[in-house]
Design a protein around this ligand. Structure first.
Ligand code: UDP
Length: 237
């Protein structure tokens, strides 16, 4: 696998072309941003930890019938993935209230939700990733009705699978964000799944094991990611 030109640099990852036109390399950085990049920093070895955690989660989801862009882990910071055209919506599922749900609706953090909440946000930093519904997605030609149906169905399945996966590690999946992409006419799970994109609370103690440690200056940020890594891989960082 030959690494070629840089295609795109995002907030937490860089994408490189390869000698295979169907595949790209995702390189995981240590950069961390929050609140639409108003807060910036780095977390030592975050890229290594997120690559390893994402690899495990994508492998598990793939084994359980979720089509993903994951091909294989190439190195500590690099993952080979299928090249996709990203659907410009961030898809969020919430199992318990946290973050913007509390801010937008005046809900107490940690409140159990009677059913999972599915949210779509327009993936556009310039507009602060605003919430949108399915009629916006259709009206603005962001995705077709059939793509939206696939995304809904896959996201609810991903939630059930991930809740089970993390609960077995004594971690409660509070909420998460996923992104999808088009590859050869199919909508598949893309991007990453890590403590940057999920809220993970330790069962029993409620200790935050995710990016909220960075967002809210809770300290021991690296240790939170390390703890997830240790549980997911069975190895220390
Ligand atoms: N999330 C993400 N990227 C975003 C926005 C949200 O990965 O650009 C994740 C976030 O980590 C959390 C979930 O989506 O697990 C719900 O995020 P929320 O809207 O509560 O985010 P906040 O506004 O609190 O950062």
């Amino acid at each position: 696998m030959e690494k070629r030109a840089k295609l795109y640099e995002g907030k937490a990852k860089i994408l490189y072309a390869t000698d295979n036109p169907d595949c790209v390399i995702q390189y995981f950085k240590d950069d961390a941003t929050a609140f639409n990049a108003k807060k910036k920093g780095t977390v030592d070895e975050k890229g290594i930890m997120n690559n390893a955690i994402s690899t495990k989660v994508f492998e598990y989801l793939g084994q359980n019938g979720i089509p993903t862009h994951f091909v294989r882990q190439l190195s500590d910071r690099e993952m080979l993935v299928k090249k996709v055209e990203i659907v410009k919506v961030e898809v969020i599922i919430r199992n318990r209230a946290a973050g913007s749900l509390c801010r937008n609706y005046g809900v107490t953090e940690g409140r159990t939700l009677s059913a999972p909440v599915l949210e779509f946000c327009y993936k556009e930093d310039a507009f602060n990733d605003p919430l949108m519904n399915e009629t916006h997605i259709l009206a603005l030609d962001i995705a077709t009705a059939s793509e939206i149906a696939t995304i809904r169905e896959l996201t609810f399945k991903i939630n059930e699978l991930m809740k089970k996966f993390f609960l077995a590690l004594n971690i409660e999946l509070i909420d998460f964000k996923v992104e999808f992409g088009r590859h050869k006419g199919e909508v598949i799970l893309a991007d990453e799944i890590s403590p940057d994109t999920c809220r993970f609370w330790e069962v029993g103690t409620g200790v935050r094991l995710d990016k909220d440690r960075f967002r809210h200056d809770l300290g021991n940020i690296k240790e939170g990611y390390q703890e997830v890594l240790k549980r997911v891989t069975g190895k220390a960082a």
